[in-house]
Design a binder for this molecule. Structure first.
Ligand SMILES: C[S@@+](CC[C@H](N)C(=O)[O-])C[C@H]1O[C@@H](n2cnc3c(N)ncnc32)[C@H](O)[C@@H]1O
Length: 470
């Protein structure tokens, strides 16, 4: 925990009052609940990339494993069912399983299924060396093969120099053809090839967002020259190096698992530890997960005005052959906050809960401060979706179940939006008691930066809201 002297600097930020006396409460709250999750969990988690967390470490707005671990530890969860409805790269899945809990990971992004699968691959650590032999065999076979795969990506040529593209098509052509009997090897090679496909593209690979930068163009010149010198061996060695690293990570994950878990497609026998991965919008989650079956929800919902998850991950999904240009457009429209709709248009079943009168008026009041009125509908759509999510959580959780939400407080059009207070209010109006609100002083996510959401500037940490269902 922090000293009050250190804490004072977090109070200079303009936070709009929520209730009349909120500003005083806010100060008290900060003094009580400022936390440094990395420090707090040092004995449990040696690094943010431990076990399989370092695989595909570029997922946008991914949180650090300390976030789910803190919640699991605080409530002493073991043998529980933990849901992450916005699972992203699968951080909560790994932490749930490793601590002896079951996990349901859902995300509208099809990439999540792949990432959760690779991060939780099951095999006997003793087979590690025979896997390594197979990896070497396959990597060498790639460059002798004539197979080719061309992703259904409209402007593919924009992202790669032609000679590199030819090699990548070869790599992916071979990997896609590997027999499913060797699915573990196939997963590891796919994840390694994703790394190469980002690194050898004009896309900026130091940032989750996909864009062409001057620096990366210069870097690509260097890499292409190197390729002309060394030839395909450059890519072969990088691919094998990554594959070895990922094999090591998955071996460690398996060595650290104390119990045997099952991979399932529906909730059946909940007495055994299981993992289930879903790929639906939260609007459909209530149709799949029965009411009052979940013990704990740990999640970081999308940022307001940060709907860039598909743009940032499409490079991976094209190569994995999961999407085409049309599907990307369709999915983007289904992201949180993308569907402008008025507040009262809430979906059937969940709308039976009485409307959030207080929350509604606060959000309306806030949106009036925006200089541009054009985007108010989208802003309201975000909170509308968040309300839906909080209500859904209340339905899915068992009595005394925990809802843990990790969220930042961005500025929208220059106006700070007190998302933490708004969501806490939503929770209180949806049958939750707020048990704790923590302010994690270290940035725990790779944040997206864009024109409207100024979150990365001036925000020194993020909030963790813990609520208990009454
Ligand atoms: C902040 S990220 C979660 C990152 C995750 N905690 C991790 O560690 O990787 C938010 C996620 O919400 C997902 N998302 C956005 N709209 C959604 C929707 N309508 N239904 C389900 N998931 C959605 C995005 O695809 C994104 O992966």
């Amino acid at each position: 925990m922090m000293s009050s002297k250190q804490i004072a600097m977090f109070n200079n930020q303009e936070i709009l009052p929520f209730k009349k006396n909120k500003r005083e409460d806010f100060n008290k709250e900060i003094l009580k609940d400022v936390i440094n999750l990395r420090e707090e969990l040092k004995p449990d988690i040696p690094s943010t990339t431990y076990l399989t967390h370092g695989i595909h470490n570029v997922y946008p707005a991914k949180f650090i494993p300390q976030v789910p671990r803190f919640v699991i530890k605080k409530f002493n969860h073991k043998g529980k069912i933990i849901l992450d409805p916005f699972a992203g790269s699968g951080t909560t899945a790994v932490e749930s399983l490793i601590t002896g809990n079951s996990n349901i990971s859902n995300d509208i992004n099809p990439l999540t299924k792949f990432l959760v699968e690779i991060k939780t691959l099951k095999f006997n650590p003793r087979d590690c060396f025979s896997y390594l032999d197979r990896l070497i065999y396959h990597v060498d076979s790639i460059f002798k093969s004539d197979l080719k795969f061309t992703p259904k990506w409209g402007n593919l040529d924009y992202w790669y120099p032609p000679e590199i593209l030819t090699e990548l098509k070869k790599i992916w052509g071979y990997i896609h053809s590997i027999d499913e009997n060797e699915s573990n090897i196939k997963y590891i090679l796919k994840a390694s090839a994703l790394f190469i496909s980002r690194k050898y593209s004009y896309g900026e690979d130091g940032s989750p967002k996909l864009f062409r930068s001057k620096q990366k163009t210069m870097k690509m010149k260097e890499l292409t020259n190197k390729f002309h010198e060394i030839g395909y061996k450059l890519l072969r060695n990088e691919l094998l190096g990554k594959a070895e690293q990922y094999l090591g990570a998955v071996t460690q994950f398996n060595s650290s698992m104390k119990t045997e878990f099952m991979k399932v497609n529906s909730i059946g026998d909940t007495s055994k530890q299981f993992l289930m991965v879903l790929n639906v919008s939260i609007e459909d989650l209530g149709k799949i997960i029965p009411k009052q079956t979940i013990d704990c929800i740990i999640t970081s919902p999308p940022y307001i005005y940060a709907q860039e998850y598909f743009r940032s991950t499409k490079i991976d999904m094209y190569w994995l052959d999961m999407i085409d240009d049309d599907l990307i457009k369709k999915l983007t429209k289904m992201e949180i906050g993308q569907k402008p709709k008025p507040f009262w248009d809430l979906s059937a079943d969940l709308s039976k809960i009485r409307p959030f009168k207080n929350t509604l008026s606060v959000i309306r009041e806030l949106s009036e401060k925006f200089k541009s009125k054009d985007n108010i509908l989208r802003y309201e759509a975000y909170f509308n979706d968040m309300m839906y999510f909080v209500r859904l959580s209340s339905n899915l959780l068992v009595s005394k179940g925990i809802l843990a939400i990790f969220i930042g407080e961005p500025k929208v059009f220059g106006t700070p939006v007190n998302v933490k207070d708004i969501i806490s209010q939503m929770m209180e109006e949806s049958n939750f008691k707020i048990v704790n609100t923590y302010f994690d002083i270290i940035k725990s996510r790779h944040l997206l930066r864009n024109r409207l959401n100024e979150n990365p500037d001036g925000i020194s940490g993020e909030w963790l809201i813990l609520g208990e269902k009454l």
